[in-house]
Every structure is written in C-alpha cells, then in structure tokens.
Design a protein around this ligand. Structure first.
Ligand code: NDP
Length: 274
C-alpha cells in the first residue's frame, strides 16, 4: 500500500509542500502520497489520529499547529525540545509519534547553498516567534562570533536569548538595541507579510553582508529591497522551505533528495505568477 503523508495547517490551500514532496518522490523513486489537510483549529490531535487510522505515516505541520504538534509527540528530537515546536511528525513502527523540527537546518543549508559563511559571523536575527526559536540552535551550532536577537517586544527576545545562552554568544533586546555592523541579518518576523519593515538603523551591514528574509514571494520583500539598497545581498526564504522539506523527507524515507531542481521549479512557478 502507498504510504501516506500530509501537511497540516489552517489555512493550508496556499501550501507548496504537496508539489515539493511529489517532486522529491519522483526523483528518488519513492511511492508516496502527500496531500494538504486543513485541520480544525480546536482539534489538531484528532486530525493526526484520524490521518494515522487512514494509513498516515508522517506529516509536516505549519501555522498554527507547531506547538500543539509538539505537545502530542511521544518522543522528540533534541532540537525540537529546544524549539518547543514540531514541524515534522513521524509514526514509528511501534505506533508512537516522534516529532522533529527541520526549519532551522533548512535555513542553515540554504545559507550554505548561497555560500554565506556562518563560522565567526556577526549575526542579527529579527523576531522572537516560533520560526526564530526553531533556527537558533542550528545557527549557534555553526559557531558564529555572536548572535543578537531583536524583537518588537524586547522582553521576548531577551527571554529567547537566555534560553539558548548555553550554546554560544547570544543576546536579545528591542530594535533600539541594534548596533551594527553584521555579516548576516535574518528577518524572522512576519512584518514582511503586511509589507512592513522593522525599524532598523541605516548602518547595519558589514561589507559583503547578506540579508535573509524567511518570507518569499513573487516580488522581493520590503526588507530585502531595503537591505539591497544598503549594499547587502538579499536572499529570500524559498530555499529554506525546500531544504526543511528535504530534511523531513529524509526522516520519513531515509533518502536525501536533490533540492536544486525543486528550488528552480518553485522559482519558475513564482515568476510565472507575476
Ligand atoms: P510568529 O507569529 O510566531 O512570530 C511573529 C514575529 O514577528 C514576532 O516576533 C513578532 O513580534 C514579529 N512581528 C510581527 N509583525 C511585526 C511588525 N509589523 N514589525 C515588527 N515585528 C513584527 O510567526 P513565525 O515565527 O511562525 O513566522 C515568522 C515568519 O517566518 C513568517 O513570515 C513565516 O512565513 C516565516 N517562515 C518561513 C519558513 C520557510 O520555510 N521559509 C518557515 C517558518 C516560518 P512580537 O513578538 O512583538 O509580536
């Protein structure tokens, strides 16, 4: 029987995950069925149980269910425990549910793909929500010189930095505490969704710096446009999406798909939408 996988979210119709995993399956010769399921807002655990009863073997989890997914797992990866959130569920042979989070490794792989040096880098991370919490451990594992987390609600950034302080040089505060220069600035706020820009000082970027927006779309985000006019190289979050999916696929099928062609396919699709 074909193994079933899905992505849970609400809303979910915009998700590109079914196309990404169909491409990975075709490339690796894996026989899987992957769909998008809109889980009810008040019953995520029920949606997962029903999916498992119908032959589900694993799932991706997106907004707003990542914390609920974390809570229902029987076992968790170390990075998921740190993140307090899960974007990948795996049904074990013993019937137990294992949870992992692949967003952070997805970001690091995409940065590496773009040739962004992380070891010794001065990194600014904007935002202190679920996405940022999920990327801090993999970023700190690359041994940057220091990481500053800046957020609209300063206390959230300070608390987040304190949670990861055993892993490296990391601090947190409000946007007014941001003093450059940085080699890499990662925008993990959802400000780009509404076309807004966090209030940032002009002298933010070191020579040769990169600016990464976890968001992606047909057009450059306002953050990336702002960064490029200040000399930084802008990179959007499309590659992170594909890389986190590849890591989930690996957890389920023990096969590592090639991400380059899938990234190109999605980029083409975004351009066709313009
Ligand atoms: P959350 O809702 O958990 O956090 C949102 C964050 O954005 C908070 O820190 C919030 O600050 C901040 N924020 C919201 N609006 C503004 C604004 N107008 N100005 C400044 N800061 C603002 O969201 P997530 O962490 O889950 O997601 C963040 C972004 O990352 C989204 O755009 C999402 O699409 C993207 N993402 C991309 C992925 C990929 O694969 N490419 C994977 C995961 C996420 P405050 O605390 O003050 O409210």
């Amino acid at each position: 029987m074909t193994d079933r996988y899905c992505v849970f979210g609400n809303p979910i119709s915009h998700s590109k995950s079914p196309q990404i995993h169909a491409a990975f399956a075709a490339q690796t010769g894996e026989d899987i069925d992957y769909t998008a399921i809109e889980a009810p807002l008040n019953d995520f655990a029920g949606a997962w149980q029903r999916f498992v009863a119908q032959g589900g073997r694993g799932a991706n989890v997106t907004v707003p269910f990542k914390e609920e997914a974390f809570r229902l797992c029987d076992t968790l990866s170390r990075r998921a425990q740190r993140a307090g959130a899960v974007n990948t569920l795996v049904l074990g042979k013993n019937g137990l549910t294992y949870g992992d989070t692949t967003d952070g490794i997805g970001l690091v792989r995409d940065l590496q793909h773009h040739g962004v040096a992380l070891e010794g880098a001065r990194i600014l991370v904007l935002g202190a929500g679920g996405a940022v919490r999920g990327v801090l451990e993999p970023l700190l594992a690359m041994r940057p010189a220091r990481v500053l987390v800046a957020n609209r609600t300063a206390a959230k950034a300070a608390a987040l930095a304190a949670d990861f302080a055993d892993l490296g040089e990391i601090h947190g505060g409000g946007f007014d505490a941001v003093v450059g220069p940085f080699d890499l600035v990662v925008n993990g706020t959802s400000a780009s969704l509404s076309g807004e820009l966090p209030p940032l000082p002009d002298a933010l970027f070191a020579p040769g710096a990169s600016a990464y927006d976890m968001m992606y779309g047909a057009e450059l985000t306002v953050f990336l446009r702002w960064a490029e006019t200040r000399g930084a190289r802008g990179i959007d979050g499309l590659g992170m999406l594909v890389e986190q999916a590849a890591e989930s696929f690996f957890l389920w099928r023990n096969k590592r798909p090639e991400t380059g062609p899938v990234r190109e396919m999605l980029r083409q699709w975004l351009q066709d939408k313009r």
